[in-house]
Write a protein that binds this ligand. Sequence first.
Ligand code: GRG
Length: 290
Amino acid sequence: MNDYIEIINKKLNEYMVIEYPEDIFKSMKYTVTLPGKRLRPVMCLEACRIFGGETDLAVPTACAIEMLHAQSLIHDDLPCMDNDDFRRGKPSNHRVFTEAIAVLAGDALLSYAPQVIIENSKTLPDKTLIRVLHEFMTTAGAFKLIAGQVADIESEKGIIKNTKEETLKFIHTHKTADLFKLALKSGAIIAGADGNQIDKMEEFGQIFGLAFQIYDDIMDEVSTFEELGKTVGKDKKAGKLTYVSLYGLENARDKIIELTAQAHEIIDRYNSEIFVSLLDKITSKITVKN
Ligand code: GRG
């Protein structure tokens, strides 16, 4: 995993150029290069590897997915959204560069990410490139990530879809799982995986994403600023609809155990130490913390 992270960090640094007018480029680079866990790009490269692909070919897409993730974090932290002053252990983007620049940096990342894929994937067959770009655009838009964010915002005002349970699943699926699905499916597509294999990655991403978001909800209640790198306890304070607020801490932990067991059923056949260790990280933290 560390080898992948090293490659991704090196390439992200390379892609995040600084030109005139410098503030916008600096703002984009700031959040992208802060030390996040790089889960999504790692999963993209690993999905490519397990289906026999050359991971080098997936690096531009993996980095673009991290840029999209960074964009969602920048916008999520804005005062008009989650209003958080910290991200990845540092002041959030708008606190450093102003709100106007942070909005524009998010917008710029959103269009720069596919630009990076296109400019650096010249050896990929056109059909593969178009499939990856299609997945990317769909995930970044109103049907997926934005749908999740809007449902999240609306749920805080009591606007829900049928039941709270359904609304929560909708939010977690679109706000969180869809980006993991994009990473896994793109890696598989670049490797030339078949339809069934790509579907397996989609299934794994959905289950992993739900488990990861419940883990994130638990951490918001039981973790520390030092560990999370952002303000803790905000969900509870805001009366946010989370797995913990709806089902309680113990049930949230049980759900993670159930989901990670399902994820193992899908992934164990691929002999991936990386996927297993990501699942272990989630379960080990929730079983020791209180
Ligand atoms: C895509 C145009 C467009 C807008 C985005 C703001 C927004 C719409 C979506 C918010 C999505 C969001 C912030 C989801 C939370 C997902 C989550 C648990 C993030 C934390 O991920 P980690 O822990 O973070 O992997 P690091 O910093 O380690 O990368």
